[in-house]
Ligand binder design. Sequence first.
Ligand code: SF4
Length: 335
Amino acid sequence: MESTTLMMKEEEDKDEEDSLLLSPPTTQTQQLLALKGGAKHSRGNVPCSHGEHFSCHLPDIEDVTLKNEWDETETSVDFSPKNWGWIHSIDSMTSVDGPGLRAMIFFQGCQKRCAFCCNPDSLEENVGKKMATEEVFSALETKMTYYRKSGGGITMSGGECMLQYRFVVALAREARARGLTSIIDTAAAGNDMIWDFVLPHIDMVLLCCKSSHPVRYGKITGRPENFGVMLAFLAKLEEYKVPTWLRFVLMSSDDEKFQDIVTDGEEELLGVAALAKMHKRCVKGVEILPYHNFGAFKYKEMNIAYKLEQMKPPSDEVIRRAKRVIEGEGVKVLL
Ligand code: SF4
């Protein structure tokens, strides 16, 4: 694939030009394994000896050496729109993930490592396709009428789009100028200042909370410290009254090794309902995303372990029950 021919603010050298190409799976696999400190089922360089228990196989936070761009001093955070970003892929026509007809823009890069993630190829940061704002919109040009007439627009997803919050703002501003709405599909990342910068440009948020329970959240995402970030983001959405759908992945299993991550328990479901009720000015309802294993083949292709190999999608009865429990709390449920 040819490299992009954008007008970048920054000077790019030849090496960086080459990195515009989407990395082949083998390269990504090597890089992912390097990030996780070694081959499958290992913690750093120490092989795991507890083969059966799921939580042993979650990536350790210490192993995730990804840079958190707002871990630095406040003054290093740049609050200006950035006219380019790292994109995984674009689906120019979808009718899910927001009202009307929409373009899904999948950002590259995420610092979480959710057990059920169906896009392991979108996790590594600073790879993928480097695209400018105008390049994204020219790729959508032929569909503009459909987006506008249906009250649709763009949905920025990932990966974690909020890791590239300056590009989110650039795209959202351009979308608004073209009469389109902007949605972010996020699991929460950033801080108060970043959210103050981004949210005035956003029409709706799809927030995947993962779990209402901090320990389970940590087991699912591999980033327990982000539970507080998710709660703080929800509070910020409440402050800005941004229409929000609170999402979570419904996982159910009798298998002992999955008991610390299943989300079909009453306590979990009531917790999600409580989160929605505590943020009534923004949360319009809860969206239940039944677990699926559609992304399992990608793990195989990338030669990394898929930790939920034996987990099955929840039965209709489990889904109906989850819906009943949440609705029983007076919270609207979307399935
Ligand atoms: S937040 Fe989303 S993209 Fe990131 S690891 Fe979790 S499921 Fe995957």
